[in-house]
Design a protein around this ligand. Structure first.
Ligand SMILES: NC(=O)c1ccc[n+]([C@@H]2O[C@H](COP(=O)([O-])OP(=O)(O)OC[C@H]3O[C@@H](n4cnc5c(N)ncnc54)[C@H](OP(=O)(O)O)[C@@H]3O)[C@@H](O)[C@H]2O)c1
Ligand SMILES: *[C@@H]1O[C@H](CO)[C@@H](O)[C@H](O)[C@H]1NC(C)=O
Length: 293
């Protein structure tokens, strides 16, 4: 991403990150022991890694995604790792009733909920926007509306437990990133909805925390497969990313930036030099490789 972003800006970013986002409380794994946690998109990638961390911390887990065979394996592994309990419910978030069914499942099994981790995303075509509005509508349902539905229906349980809502987003939900317009729209929508909701919670004395996790490029199989031929950056590790998300949620942070140095500096640049940020982002893509596919 150019010498400036590689060396100078991350340093500045790290200092800023420390200043603005350093958590006042310390994390300890015991904070999750016996907690009842839903993780969506838990069959692969960051969601799967979050499930393993939570299992080691002895949480109760309800995992969801579409692929039952993968969920079965993840649940087995979670039990081996020490989860207090682990089960799954499979289905697609494209189905408008499914988000409610997942929350009902938690209510029926546990009678309560401590943490809701919203993480799933639909796969999409990584390329110039092709004008397919229907595809945007479907992505809005899967990546955005289902998050709203789950948070809404889980709220009574989360109020009772003074729990946490964790929303996994992306740098593409904070600034313009090419080739993912429909996805970016859903991530910006999450920021708008959940930041507004956070304000209302404070005004209404609802003690449920909302953490927005802004992620950069992470080395999950699907992400690497989709963009490694086009992007010049090296991805950050999914295991560490997953742990940082859990920490930020239980510590009730408003936002997490991971990897923090680079991303905090991008957010800073967005407000003081947006054109420069745009061109830096563009320069990290190898467009020729995209066209050849
Ligand atoms: N990896 C990155 O570089 C990166 C960067 C920024 C932000 N993020 C964010 O991090 C989160 C996790 O990303 P990831 O890279 O770990 O993704 P991933 O490996 O592709 O996992 C996506 C998960 O969502 C599930 N899913 C897909 N379509 C679904 C549907 N219609 N209904 C229900 N579940 C569905 C998938 O399982 P099934 O296929 O079995 O349904 C899978 O468990 C996402 O919110 C993503 O936007 C990732
Ligand atoms: C909100 O809930 C957390 C976790 O239970 C608790 O530590 C904190 O004191 C609560 N805050 C208020 C204002 O009640």
């Amino acid at each position: 991403m150019g010498l400036l972003l590689k060396i100078l800006i991350p340093l500045l970013g790290a200092a800023l990150a420390f200043h603005f986002y350093s958590a006042p409380k310390n994390f300890s794994p015991e904070m999750l022991r016996g907690k009842r946690v839903i993780v969506t998109g838990a069959s692969s990638g960051i969601g799967e890694q979050m499930a393993y961390h939570l299992a080691r911390m002895e949480a109760h887990l309800l995992l969801t995604a579409r692929t039952e065979a993968k969920l079965q394996k993840v649940v087995e592994r979670c039990l081996e790792l020490g989860a207090a309990s682990a089960h799954y419910i499979s289905g697609s978030m494209e189905d408008t009733t499914f988000p409610y069914r997942v929350v009902e499942e938690a209510e029926n099994t546990w009678g309560g909920l401590d943490m809701l981790i919203l993480n799933h995303v639909s796969y999409f075509d990584f390329n110039f926007f092709n004008g397919n509005v229907e595809q945007v509508r479907i992505l809005m349902q899967i990546n955005f509306l289902s998050y709203v539905a789950m948070a809404t229906s889980a709220l009574p349980m989360l109020k009772e437990s003074e729990g946490n809502i964790v929303v996994v987003s992306s740098m593409a939900g904070k600034t313009g990133v090419p080739f993912i317009a429909p996805y970016a729209a859903t991530k910006f929508a999450l920021d708008g909805f959940f930041s507004s909701l956070r304000q209302e919670f404070v005004m209404d004395k609802v003690n449920v925390s909302i953490t927005l996790c802004v992620l950069g490029y992470i080395n999950t199989e699907n992400a690497v497969q989709a963009i490694s031929h086009v992007i010049r950056d090296t991805p950050a590790p999914k295991e560490e990313c997953a742990l940082e998300i859990i920490k930020s949620g239980v510590l009730r942070q408003r936002e997490l930036y991971y990897p923090s140095g680079l991303l905090s500096s991008m957010v800073l640049l967005r407000s003081i030099a947006p054109e420069f940020l745009d061109s830096t982002v563009r320069s990290s893509y190898n467009v020729e490789n995209l066209r050849r596919r």
